[in-house]
Design a protein around this ligand. Structure first.
Ligand code: AMP
Length: 214
C-alpha cells in the first residue's frame, strides 16, 4: 500500500515525477493544482472564480476550499489501494489536518523533491504550455521545434498565468513562508526523505523508486 506525498518548491518536477511513479505503481495521481485548473476550465462558478484569483496571484487557495476538494477526491474508490498527493499539503495546517484525516491509514512515504532556487526560476518562467494538446515545453531545457508553436498540434504556446514572473516570485515566497513549515513538520516526525531534483528526469525517478522500496 502506498499513500505518498510529494512536497517541494514549485518547478521542482513534482508533477512529472508523480506521473511516472503513478504509472509505475498504478495508483491515482492527485494534484490539487490540476483539480483547480480543471474546475476553472469547466466553467463559471463562484468557487472557480475565487480559486482563479488566488492561483493567478500565486497565493494559496484558502484551506477550507482545498481540504474539501482533496478529501472528496481521496474518498473515491480508486484511492482505496493507495494514491500520490502532489501539491498537498502546502502549509503546516494542511499537513496536520491530513494526518488527522488519515489516522487509520497513514502516509507511507513523504518525499521532498528539492531544487536550487535559480534553477527553479528558469524552469518556471521558461515554461510554455499548449492548452489543447496538453504538451508542456521549456524554452531553456526543452524548446519546441518552432518557437512559440506546439510540435504536436501547431497551436500557439501560452505562458500560464501562474508561470508569469511576478507570480513565480510570489509562489516561491509562499513556499518559503508556508510550505517549508510543513516540510519541517515531517522532518521532525522523522518521515521525510529528501531527493535532489536537479538531476535528469530518469535519474530522479530512479532515486525515488529506491526510496519506495523501503
Ligand atoms: P500547482 O500546480 O501544484 O503548482 O498549483 C497551482 C496553484 O494552485 C498554487 O499556486 C495555488 O494557488 C493553488 N494550490 C494548489 N494546491 C494547493 C494547496 N494544497 N493549498 C493551497 N493552494 C493550492
Amino acid at each position: 500500500m502506498y499513500n505518498i506525498v510529494f512536497i517541494g518548491p514549485p518547478g521542482g518536477g513534482k508533477g512529472t515525477q508523480a506521473d511516472m511513479v503513478c504509472k509505475f505503481l498504478n495508483i491515482p495521481h492527485i494534484s490539487t493544482g490540476d483539480i483547480f485548473r480543471a474546475m476553472i476550465k469547466e466553467g463559471k462558478s463562484e468557487l472557480a472564480d475565487m480559486i482563479r484569483g488566488y492561483m493567478s496571484r500565486g497565493e494559496l487557495v484558502p484551506d477550507e476550499a482545498v481540504v474539501d476538494v482533496l478529501f472528496d477526491r481521496i474518498s473515491k474508490d480508486d484511492c482505496q489501494n493507495g494514491y500520490l498527493l502532489d501539491g498537498f499539503p502546502r502549509s503546516l495546517n494542511q499537513a496536520k489536518v491530513l494526518d488527522a484525516k488519515l489516522a487509520s491509514a497513514p502516509l507511507t512515504h513523504v518525499i521532498l523533491i528539492d531544487v536550487d532556487e535559480n534553477q527553479l526560476i528558469k524552469r518556471l518562467t521558461g515554461r510554455r504550455t499548449a492548452v489543447n494538446s496538453g504538451k508542456i515545453y521549456n524554452i531553456h531545457f526543452n524548446p519546441p521545434k518552432v518557437e512559440g508553436k506546439c510540435d504536436v498540434s501547431g497551436e500557439d504556446l501560452i505562458i500560464r498565468d501562474d508561470d508569469k514572473i511576478e507570480t513565480v516570485t510570489n509562489r516561491l515566497k509562499v513556499y518559503k513562508d508556508q510550505t517549508v513549515a510543513a516540510v519541517n513538520y515531517y522532518k521532525e516526525k522523522g518521515v521525510l526523505t529528501v531527493i535532489k531534483g536537479e538531476k535528469n528526469i530518469d535519474e530522479v525517478f530512479a532515486d525515488i523508486k529506491e526510496v519506495l522500496k523501503s
